[in-house]
Write a protein that binds this ligand. Structure first.
Ligand code: HEM
Ligand code: HEM
Length: 176
């Protein structure tokens, strides 16, 4: 498949939708109260899990779209920058998947029954398991922080392209 030179509208919508969902998801994650064993999830956890499932669904659709509609890196960039940006982009996909799946596993090992925005019951991946839950809690936290590191690198690179190189890389992800 020949890679196209520009991101199309669906790729741009997927990109900014994930940005918006993560901007909601992190504050919910940090602000929601800690739940100890035996406690049932309340509204903040239902919202965290429901937004998390939405992110998982959107990233899977986005990845499928990306694989079926490849886009070449900006041609004016030196090869090292092209390779490093591609690497960070693929790692962003992997870490969004890892963060959502580790969260889903963690909620499953807690033995909770959870709904999607109070609309329908969400499927769980495993049954109650305290030891596995503890291990996966650490993984969810590690994944969420590694994702932040990648986002900082990615946004930092975007700012360098805007203000230092003054090239058209940012335009590639903007409407139009
Ligand atoms: C990319 C998506 C996600 C992000 C960015 C995210 C982020 C976070 C954050 C920041 C916390 C607070 C942990 C801390 O204190 O550091 C958290 C906790 C938690 N998340 Fe997520 N999360 C995501 C997806 C999910 C999903 C899909 C689920 C379940 C289906 C989930 C289940 C949980 C649970 C159960 C906790 C509580 C952890 C605890 O009590 O220690 N998360 N998440
Ligand atoms: C304000 C924040 C952000 C800005 C300004 C921004 C900007 C950009 C730009 C300009 C590109 C195109 C790069 C190129 O042409 O090579 C891009 C691509 C990309 N961005 Fe962002 N981004 C932001 C946040 C995020 C976040 C939070 C994520 C995901 C967690 C993300 C994931 C990606 C991915 C995966 C690509 C590559 C798309 C592909 O080739 O499939 N971005 N971003």
């Amino acid at each position: 498949m020949t890679p196209r030179l520009h991101y199309g509208t669906p790729a741009k919508i997927f990109h900014w939708l994930i940005v918006a969902l993560l901007a909601v998801q992190y504050p919910i994650g940090w602000l929601m109260p800690d739940l100890h064993r035996g406690m049932q999830p309340g509204a903040p956890m239902i919202f965290h899990v429901s937004v998390g499932f939405t992110i998982l669904l959107v990233i899977v659709l986005r990845l499928a779209w990306r694989l079926s509609h490849p886009v070449a890196p900006e041609s004016s960039l030196p090869i090292r920058q092209r390779l490093s940006s591609e690497l960070v982009h693929w790692m962003l996909y992997v870490m969004v998947l890892a963060t959502t799946i580790s969260g889903w596993l963690f909620a499953s090992y807690r033995g909770w029954t959870l709904s999607f925005f109070y609309l329908f019951r969400l499927p769980m991946l495993a049954s109650d398991n305290a030891a596995a839950g503890k291990a996966i809690d650490g993984l969810h936290q590690a994944a969420e922080w590694l994702l932040i590191v990648l986002i900082v690198l990615h946004v930092g690179a975007a700012l360098v392209h805007i203000f230092i190189y003054r090239n058209r890389v940012m335009q590639r992800m903007l409407p139009g």
